[in-house]
Design a protein. Sequence first.
Length: 596
Amino acid sequence: MPAADKKTEAKRVAIIGAGSAGLAAANEFCAVSSAHAEAGPRIQYAVTLYERRPRVGGIWLYDPHPGACRLVFDPHGTPAVTWAPAHAYGNDDEEVGGYELKHRSPGPMYEGLRTNIPSDLMAYRDAPFPEGTPLFPPRAVVQSYLEEFAQRVLGTSRVDVRLNTRVAQVYRLPAEDDAPSSPSRWVVESEAPAECHPSGEHPAPERRREEFDHIVLASGRCNTPSIPYIPGLWNWTGQVLHSAWYRTPYDYKGKNVLVLGNMSSGMDICRELVGNAARVLPAPTAAEPPYAGADGAAHMRAATEAWRNGAGTLAHGGSVTQSVIDIDAPPPLDYDPRDAASPAWSRLIRVVPRIARIDAARIYLVDGSVLDQIDVIIFATGFAYDFPFLDQSKPPFCSHPLVPMPPPRELLTAADAAALRARVHAPFRRQWPTAPALANLDDWQLCYRFDGSLAVLGAPVRIVPFPFAQVQARYLAQHWAGRAPPLTKLDPRFPPNDPARWVSPLPPGGAEAPPDTLMLHDMGTPSDTAYTNGLLRHFVPPEDVTLPEWDATFTQASDGKGGGAPRGPEGWRLLPTWRQQRRANGTLLRREELGF
């Protein structure tokens, strides 16, 4: 049948979040929505992209003034940080949670943050960073790259872009009575600021209710900061914050700082506190004159150099201590401060084990030692998975939650309960669930197991997020258009960080993993490469998915770090050797380039 005679089917897709994953999804759905496609049914996707910020970019946007970080507790002593202002606190336990639902937490980026993934590896497929981009660029360069990438698709009429729009609710409509087997539709309720009245009054936000065939959750996993439960934390009288509020080491000049965690943010903060900043720091204090123009830039460079040469906060009588979960293991991403071969700046960091409990001014560690001179605790403990807009009181989530409610914590002792009541005016109750991992996704951690018309981009951790989410989005666009088969069921005996998992179909008679348990999302290299290649094989013909011819020449001339030979266009082929080598040698490359 000639292409012109094919019936065109229209499908509405809602993409929630205009960060790197959401932009990739918008691009791929528009690419697959081709009126002249020869293979399979013709699909015309109508894409709506929701973003609560005024610009695209997600976590790469910078919030220069994040406000105060306040620690709150539920009746069982479980901690959380909140971004609600002081006026949101009152006798109503729901007041703080209600504010948080309508306002976003501060972005976790500080100005000048350098990536820990090489830029040529970090880029979308066949969309490289501009020539001359540093190997590990600062945050603003990544943000500009995302904005330029967005112009490819958002500058056209193919995507309805809703900036400054909060998604309030997402839920599934029940199936029609006369067609119970047909797929039901999804409802998205959103709020956007209404235009101000000429009188200056601010009317209530405009609320929309729209229906969609598919939902793509691309809001990321860096929205709700996570704080571990520590007995007695509510007694602490010193300063406390989550790493999402960290902006500059100058704020902690001369203070004794305890950083919890030794992943990316924890190591970044410790390194800057002891003076090894891989960026030009902002003006030292707000009290000094403004530093606009060349003179201001020169002053900031000089102040940064003085901070580096003076060993940071230590030169002013402070100290930097880092508490880690496994005291016997080196940091996953950085130098080990306890290794005599590590640089001098690294060995200025004191490493201690986990915290056992806290009182007003003392921190008791699991090895029996005590820290009694700490001024500031910084929790570099990551973020919880959450979808505040996803109504999990309705089917199918009420019986098969995507973000499960945590099990109830044991009651506090009478003494701890009394201390908590004395310190906390009103217990905090979050109005939506958060969890350390998601549940009820398919074996590929992509589609919701009980309704494949909803998908989550970028759930795994320790991946290269931009191209990873792009391949996921490409599969979804092809699959929902009827041009790619369902994803293979995988052997649950292999964990996600084992590359064999992604090439191990469920054997005949094999047992599937229970669908409603928390999933392991930790992937890392080379498992993320195996995942990406496995996903590509689902929607790219075998003759087109093989490595390009130039890859063999590249392999012969490579220096083992992803360099040494020309690179050609990748298209939708398997991950070429240079990407795999860059990934495996990322730490070595970063140390050569940045010194950490």
